[in-house]
Design a protein around this ligand. Structure first.
Ligand SMILES: [Zn+2]
Length: 373
């Protein structure tokens, strides 16, 4: 977590600052994974948040890196000598520039043994674990590897409960498969903190859009409780109507079809998953009309080169229209955990995005959308 240059410097610094830094880093990591709140003494929340969310540190203009900032606070709190305090701050701020960006993945999927459909490799070469349990273990391991701070995992309430129990970084999203749980149960699960995102809303596989009457009572509750909605847009895998879903149509994935939803629920937080895919121009046009509308990149980042081309064109158009601050990273790993790595690497390989823009997409935008700040 901490670059070798600063570590060496601190280890050589009189007073054993190196040991201090190492202990602080370990403490941060524990806090990062298991503590729902910051240590005593940190300022209180500035606005309401969903139950169970960890408050992230405020910046005070010292450093924009949240973990580095904690280090600076604790180090400066422990160092009595002002000169030493200044030097530590300076070096840690320098380090913040070199630390790999943290990530929030707004689009993961989770399964139970009953609904897991993995076991076969993806055409792109990504392996699929044989069981739901192994899928979860590999997903968590890759979240560690890529420094993913939070991930929205969508699935049945049973599936997401297992993921949240296994790792508190998971934010439970309710994925309907076109047949919804009763509205009363939906509201109860929101109150219990077991649904924090409504999505992936995937009614398109049953021939419905978010504008369909079946979704309206759920959307009204999401608006009332401040639950973000993540809605599948774009197409699906080849031969979908012949395989699982005779009512599926690519055309139903057009974001323009749900414009009424935005008008009907002006306070609803909505994200278009897969950024509209083939309808990416419609997605961007919707974002320039509705200034609170977000998109995630989802499977566009890794499934196949023609699909990745949608991601590139979407990102270039979003940049041209000045709406990159509402584009979010999501890996949409489905039953192939390796999709996480492929997504991160593909996004980081895009030369037309600045480091700052990548950081917005990988982290900042999702933090705002999910009200994690
Ligand atoms: Zn998905």
């Amino acid at each position: 977590m901490v670059g070798h240059g600063a570590l060496r410097f601190l280890q050589n610094y009189p007073g054993g600052a190196g040991r201090l830094l190492i202990s602080i880093t370990a403490d941060d990591r524990m806090h990062h994974h298991s503590h729902p709140t910051l240590p005593a003494g940190m300022p209180g929340p500035s606005r309401p948040r969903l139950p169970g969310y960890r408050r992230t540190p405020k910046l005070n203009g010292i450093s924009e890196h949240p973990i580095c900032h904690i280090r600076i606070r604790r180090l400066t709190g422990s160092a009595s000598n002002p000169a030493m305090r200044f030097t530590l701050c300076f070096f840690l701020m320098l380090q913040a520039c070199w630390l790999p960006a943290q990530i929030i993945d707004v689009h993961l999927h989770g399964y139970t043994d009953q609904d897991y459909w993995g076991g076969r490799p993806h055409p792109s070469g990504a392996e699929s674990p044989p069981t739901a349990g192994e899928h979860m273990r590999q997903t968590i391991a890759l979240m560690d590897q890529h420094d993913i701070e939070y991930a929205v995992v969508s699935g049945s309430p049973e599936a997401t409960a297992q993921y949240v129990a296994a790792d508190p970084r998971f934010i439970p999203g309710y994925m309907d498969d076109g047949s919804l749980i009763p509205v009363s149960e939906f509201e109860q699960l929101i109150k219990e903190g077991r649904i924090k995102v409504f999505g992936e809303v995937s009614g398109v596989y049953r021939g419905a859009t978010l504008n369909d009457s079946i979704y309206q009572p759920y959307l009204a509750l999401c608006e009332e409780y401040g639950i973000p909605v993540a809605y599948h847009t774009g197409g699906g895998p080849p031969m979908t109507p012949y395989r699982c879903c005779p009512e599926f149509r690519i055309s139903l994935g057009d974001p323009f079809l749900i414009e009424d939803v935005l008008v009907r629920y002006p306070r609803l937080q909505l994200s278009l998953m897969h950024g509209g895919e083939v309808f990416f121009e419609h997605a961007v046009r919707m974002m320039t009309m509705y200034l609170h509308l977000y998109v995630d990149l989802g499977v566009l980042l890794w499934a196949a080169p023609p699909v990745q081309d949608y991601a590139v064109r979407l990102l270039k158009l979003a940049k041209q229209h000045g709406v990159l601050d509402r584009v979010m990273f999501g890996s949409d790993q489905m039953v192939w955990p390796g999709g996480i790595t492929k997504s991160v690497e593909f996004l980081n390989s895009l030369d037309f995005l600045t480091e700052e823009e990548k950081r917005m997409i990988l982290y900042d935008n999702a933090k705002r959308f999910l009200k994690l700040e």
